[in-house]
Design a protein around this ligand. Structure first.
Ligand code: SF4
Ligand code: MG
Length: 286
């Protein structure tokens, strides 16, 4: 265990940022798994940028002792992509909720999948907008009996199927009730050279009384040994098989080597930046 790195990620940003999640929220497990993954990868904070979405999940960036960015609702992937283009050496990890990613941020999700940049996205998927008191998100309805949908309650969006369809080259699923497995998924996602999505089932214990920890434990199943995630047809067949059996696959569902040439580093306009007097701006932030 790289102790020096571990101690860095183990430190919380508290007391400046007291953890505000409800006791039992699945996001605690994502936080711990993420710390374990960054430690296992032996990355230091200067090598990582954490981009938070808006919502309960986006608070995670405050609870890690790293560099982070917080922007507008739905924009996490756009900011992450911009940061990566400006500094391709950074490991950029976007951390967002299902509402943030699959509703207002869906256009960023679709087009970042198409571009397949070397970014990681962890979706903390709980089927609700927790921060605004539990309205249905686009992933609401998971596991409910299929029936006629309505305009008020349309069918849910599956980020795994959508990610594969739109061109992401790494798509995995994890569950906050199994943080060791989640850690492995995050490690593999950050290592992957391309757009890596991990959809983490992260129960909202306050507003989603249907998709509980027990419900996920009864429905999640690790993908079978010997499964080859490099085959897109096999990935879709696996998803359909799990759907038929009313199960949810955990593990790497799809991964193929990235074929695109990497983006060029954006020009940084160093001379212009050097001429800017940042002191008044920094004084205002102190
Ligand atoms: Fe977690 Fe739900 Fe509480 Fe938000 S409202 S902190 S998602 S349990
Ligand atoms: Mg949510």
């Amino acid at each position: 265990m790289p102790e020096a790195v571990k101690s860095i990620w183990d430190q919380n940003a508290a007391p400046r940022h007291r953890i505000q999640w409800c006791p039992g929220c699945g996001d605690y497990a994502v936080l711990n798994a993420l710390k374990a993954a960054l430690t296992a990868l032996e990355l230091t904070p200067s090598e990582v940028l954490l981009v938070g979405g808006i919502g309960c999940s986006g608070q995670i960036r405050n609870y890690l002792n790293g560099n982070s960015f917080y922007g507008t609702h739905g924009g996490a992937l756009a900011y992450a992509l911009g940061a990566k283009m400006a500094n391709p050496e950074l490991h950029v990890v976007a951390l967002a909720g299902d509402g943030d990613t699959l509703a207002i941020g869906i256009e960023n999700f679709v087009h970042v999948c198409r571009r397949d940049p070397d970014l990681t996205l962890v979706i903390m998927d709980n089927g609700v907008y927790g921060l605004t008191k539990g309205q249905d998100s686009p992933s609401a309805g998971l596991g409910r009996p299929p029936g006629p949908s309505s305009e008020e309650h349309p069918p849910f969006i599956d980020p795994v199927k959508m990610g594969i369809t739109c061109g992401a080259t790494f798509v995995a699923q994890s569950f906050s009730g199994d943080p060791k497995h989640a850690t492995q998924m995050y490690v593999e996602a950050v290592r992957h050279k391309g757009f890596a999505i991990v959809n983490d089932f992260s129960p909202c214990v306050t507003y989603n009384k249907f998709n509980t920890y027990d419900w996920f434990r009864a429905h999640c199943e690790v993908v079978p040994d010997g499964y080859n995630p490099a085959d897109e047809d096999a990935a879709m067949a696996l998803i359909r098989d799990f759907e038929r059996r009313e199960k949810l696959p955990l593990g790497i569902i799809y991964q193929k080597p990235r074929e695109k040439t990497p983006a060029k580093r954006l020009p940084m306009w160093q001379p212009e930046i050097e001429r800017i007097d940042l002191e008044p701006l920094l004084a205002g932030l102190r």
